[in-house]
Design a protein around this ligand. Structure first.
Ligand code: ADP
Ligand code: MG
Length: 698
């Protein structure tokens, strides 16, 4: 009997060419890889439809009926064969564009057939290239009623590795191995959750005997996948807390106290206080902090970051604050310098456009320890930037940074510094816990008092004149306005044209000298960007025409109107981020979503959701449902999306169950030493040996 580690080349039906294709196209190197190639979906051949039940855009259907007529139809190139298929409820056209002659000769008229395929609608239903089977044969054939459809690539299909071939290969695999696969979950779990065995699950995921067994197989495999990921995350977290020593910040010193009593420009919200406490607890312990701070736009994360920095400096450590864009870093620099005036702290800004001379000073001061806080962009990560004693690194708007960049920060001192990542991209809490089992999470779930809810409306392009009138009114009242154009990389040129056209048309309707307009986009030099930004901040311009460069963090409290052009092209979280640029002052703020009349259903849902609610978490839930987790912070890098069978959104219940079991088991037996957990330990130990989680699970 061949083991699962046998190279795929040895499987019956796999020659060198096919082996090569399977490796390159699907990453299948061994028997194990093949058995873990799970179907994307199943054709349900348990159901029979009537012609009058057909629906447009439905999946494949199976129908019993007779062919009553058959004819060749000439068309521009070649011929097509058209058959009229009839059941007691109606008729349907069957069409062939290839192999017409062969089909024509083999078809029998007026005898019952079972047809299977996908229907098109064009003045009536038709089914191109249906599978055909005589009803008598159909009844005699034994088959799996649910037929697996496997992931494929164009190349595989072109080179003849069709779905049928894959099914054949899997059949061979089951024959050669005898279908005996080692159990990977402990008896305890199997019993308690009434899960079917590994071998049974694998068989039924490929060759479901019926819908019920398929469901059981899916459930068991999903649970298993999520369970081992959770086990891994939780163990990582435990070991980090044990092994990775942090620098203890044991004192709340002078700076913090002085700032708290004499420099805070406002009373902290309850949520801000709570979060600062959570952070202080982390910093005071001996473990390294790895904390995610979530807070909706405008919830006041910056002040929390600053107070954390003060704790570091009080304990004789240096700190750094990183932001994803130069504009944002610069804004943090100005804002924080202002806040700490009179506190005797040395703060500097490092971005790509800082000149060599200034850089030298920064490098020098970092190394001799006289620089307390370095604010900057990615530039901070460069190897040349060395700290004397970095104790804290804060990353703002973390979804713009990758895991690799976070890892770089770890190496900036002998021990990794404490890490605080801040994000305004809310993630439903249960999901966040499961995704980032290795991060602790704090949430600021309260906005500073006195904020008026932003009024959001949707307007069509044809209402532009009214929108302009509204803008004039607001400007008359002394307000400032953002107008944002989408910028999507694929069609950059086009987008810039949109932006420039927009700028021109706005300039015409809002002429100098009554109106001054700023423009800001990614292709401008940093100095020019800064100049335009400053003009707007100082109130010298009333309108800021921009691309999404202003999306994150920009803070101009007097700006109270956000107009988003072609807003149907933005994702929900981005729209919410943009809207967050207004509503920062005491005045009533507005967000106007401009679109053309042509809107997809999904775009409509997005716009309606924006108009309905200001709550970032509610938006995140809708977004998650609409788009899946792909765009959520960091999920691209976290590997969680390489899930083979579970779906982080749809299978959230299973995920929570898996997490709870993983926690309970580890609480009782942290090193998995008990006999009853030996299978789990064995399975878990294979982690790391292989890249893909399923390579160790089987
Ligand atoms: P974000 O969480 O989006 O980074 P900021 O830290 O930029 O939010 O804060 C947004 C605005 O709210 C700033 O102008 C800030 O000064 C103000 N702010 C923060 N906390 C409070 C508070 N507790 N009371 C009043 N205003 C606050
Ligand atoms: Mg911010």
């Amino acid at each position: 009997m061949n083991t699962l580690q046998t190279p795929i080349d040895y499987l019956k039906g796999v020659g060198p060419n096919r082996a090569d294709l399977l490796k390159k196209e699907l990453g299948i190197y061994t028997y194990q890889d093949l058995i873990n190639l799970f179907p994307n979906r199943y054709l349900d051949k348990t159901k029979y439809y009537k012609i009058n039940q057909l629906q447009r855009n439905a999946a494949e259907v199976q129908i019993v009926g007779r062919i009553i007529n058959l004819k060749m139809v000439e068309q521009k190139r070649g011929k097509r064969l058209v058959a009229t298929f009839q059941d007691e409820t109606g008729i349907l056209e069957l069409v062939w564009f290839r192999g017409q002659k062969w089909v024509k000769d083999s078809i029998k008229l007026n005898v019952p057939y079972v047809i299977f395929g996908k229907c098109n609608w064009f003045n009536g239903f038709s089914m191109p290239h249906p599978e055909l089977e005589l009803l008598t044969e159909h009844k005699a054939n034994i088959r799996s009623a649910m037929q697996s459809i496997y992931p494929s690539t164009e190349k595989l299909t072109n080179k003849g590795i069709s779905n049928k071939v894959k099914i054949k290969l899997l059949q061979s695999l089951f024959q050669e191995t005898g279908g005996k696969f080692q159990e990977t979950l402990s008896p305890l779990l199997l019993n308690e959750l009434k899960l079917i065995s590994k071998a049974e699950a694998l068989f039924n995921i490929h060759f479901p005997k019926n819908a019920e067994l398929l469901a059981k197989a899916q459930y068991r495999l999903k649970f298993e996948e999520l369970f081992f990921i959770q086990l891994q995350l939780i163990l990582k977290n435990i070991s980090r807390k044990h092994k990775i020593k942090g620098f203890p910040f044991d004192q709340v010193g002078e700076l913090f106290t002085e700032f708290y009593h004499n420099h805070l420009p406002f009373e902290l919200t309850g949520a801000q206080k709570r979060v600062i406490k959570e952070i202080r607890n982390d910093l005071g312990s001996n473990a390294q902090m790895n904390r995610l701070l979530q807070g909706d736009v405008g919830s006041g994360k910056t002040i929390v970051a600053l107070m954390t920095v003060l704790l570091a400096i009080d304990n004789d450590f240096q700190a750094t604050l990183m932001a994803p864009t130069e504009i944002l870093a610069t804004q943090h620099y100005h804002g924080i310098t202002e806040l700490v005036k009179g506190l005797n702290i040395n703060v500097r800004l490092l971005t790509g456009s800082v000149k060599t001379k200034q850089r030298k000073i920064i490098h020098q001061e970092l190394e001799d320890g006289t620089l307390h806080l370095l604010i900057g962009t990615h530039a901070v990560l460069e190897d040349k930037v060395k700290f004397k004693n970095l104790g804290l690194a804060i990353i703002d708007e973390q979804h713009r940074f990758g895991v690799a960049q976070r890892a770089k920060l770890w190496k900036k001192n002998t021990f990794p510094p404490h890490i605080l990542v801040m994000t305004a991209t809310p993630i439903p809490r249960t999901l966040a816990m499961s995704l980032y089992g290795d991060l602790d999470i704090s949430v600021i779930d309260e906005l500073p008092p006195g904020r008026k809810a932003i009024k959001t409306v949707h307007r069509y392009d044809s209402n532009r004149l009214k929108v302009f009138a509204f803008m004039r009114d607001e400007i008359k009242k002394g307000r400032q306005i953002y107008i944002v154009y989408p910028l999507i990389q694929e069609s950059e040129q086009l987008d810039y044209k949109d932006l420039m056209d927009g700028f021109e048309s706005i300039s015409r309707d809002f002429p100098k000298p009554d109106y001054q307009i700023s423009i800001l986009h990614g292709k401008m030099k940093p100095a020019d960007k800064e100049f335009e930004m400053q003009r707007f901040i100082k109130g010298e311009t009333q309108i800021m025409v921009a691309t999404t460069v202003i999306e994150v963090g920009v803070n101009v409290p007097n700006a109270s109107v956000m107009i988003i052009e072609s807003s149907e092209r933005f994702g929900l979280s981005q729209l919410h981020q943009l809207r967050g640029r207004v509503g920062r002052g005491a005045e009533q703020s507005f967000c106007i979503l401009m679109t053309s009349y042509k809107l997809s259903t999904e775009a409509k849902t997005r716009l309606e959701t924006m108009v309905r609610t200001n709550d970032g978490f509610e938006l995140a839930e809708v977004d998650l449902k609409l788009r899946g987790p792909g765009d959520l912070m960091g999920t691209q890098q976290s590997g969680i999306l390489n899930l083979k069978i579970a779906d982080i959104v749809k299978d959230n219940d299973i995920l929570l169950l898996a997490r709870n079991y993983a926690m309970a088991i580890l609480k009782d037996d942290p090193s998995l030493l008990k006999e009853e957990n030996s299978i789990l330990k064995f399975t878990y130990q294979q982690i790391g040996k292989y890249k893909n989680i399923w390579n160790y699970i089987s």
